[in-house]
Design a protein around this ligand. Structure first.
Ligand SMILES: *[C@@H]1O[C@H](CO)[C@@H](O)[C@H](O)[C@H]1NC(C)=O
Ligand SMILES: *[C@@H]1O[C@H](CO)[C@@H](O)[C@H](O)[C@H]1NC(C)=O
Length: 198
């Protein structure tokens, strides 16, 4: 067996389990569709396209995790929630928390808003960590938001989506499913966040 063939087999073995989760894909990161309105019902005022006129101030406050790509790396617990608020020094802080085995596990960070790219935020949780990628694809500010992150390694990329809401009892948000699929993530790879007894 020649070496490159072995390498290929190795890559397949290595990558196969990852593709099962739907967050690995070949090629560069997908771009967020510009004609996003066509993905959601145009008759509904439920969804507003945020990327054209993202209002960071209206995005502040508490959001609850509703559904996310399976094996989402940053939250494996229950009762996931995020609070965005303005600190005394006028910077935006983010407090992520979740319940893991009965314990409240939280992480405090900062958020930078990109004024050139609407909906583009960069969270930072550790002093020396690089800025994270956080794209608000869609939001109506008062009910739901669809967030996407992607890291490109040239020939392949990793990506995650998650849906958050102001109220964790919200029903499904199928209006987002077509957008999620257009970003290359099958709906079957989404998992709901458990909010029982939170
Ligand atoms: C965790 O504790 C923080 C600080 O007391 C609180 O604001 C947050 O709501 C708690 N998170 C959960 C998931 O209960
Ligand atoms: C989440 O809640 C379920 C059901 O209450 C429980 O079985 C599970 O262990 C919890 N998960 C974590 C990470 O605490």
């Amino acid at each position: 067996m020649d070496t490159s063939y072995k390498t290929f087999i190795f890559l397949l073995l290595f990558i196969k389990p990852l593709t099962v989760y739907g967050f690995f894909a070949w090629g560069p990161c997908p771009s967020i569709p510009l004609d996003i309105e066509k993905y959601v019902s145009s008759k509904s005022d439920y969804f507003l396209y945020s990327a054209g006129n993202f209002r960071a101030i209206d995005y502040l406050g508490t959001w609850y995790g509703i559904t996310k790509t399976i094996d989402f790396p940053w939250s494996s617990g229950n009762c996931t929630q995020t609070l965005y608020y303005i600190r005394d020094d006028k910077r935006v802080a983010v407090l992520n928390s979740e319940i893991i085995n009965g314990n409240n596990v939280s992480m405090l960070g900062e958020v930078f808003v990109d004024t050139n790219i609407p909906g583009q935020l960069y969270p930072k949780f550790f002093r020396y960590a690089p800025l994270g990628d956080y794209k608000v694809v869609h939001t109506d500010y008062t009910r739901t938001a669809l967030v996407f992150t992607c890291r490109s390694f040239g020939i392949f990329h990793w990506k995650y989506v998650w849906v958050i809401a102001r109220d964790f009892n919200i029903e499904e948000v199928p209006g987002y499913y077509k957008i999620i699929e257009s970003l290359g993530i099958p709906i079957s790879k989404l998992v709901k966040t458990n909010h029982e007894g939170c």
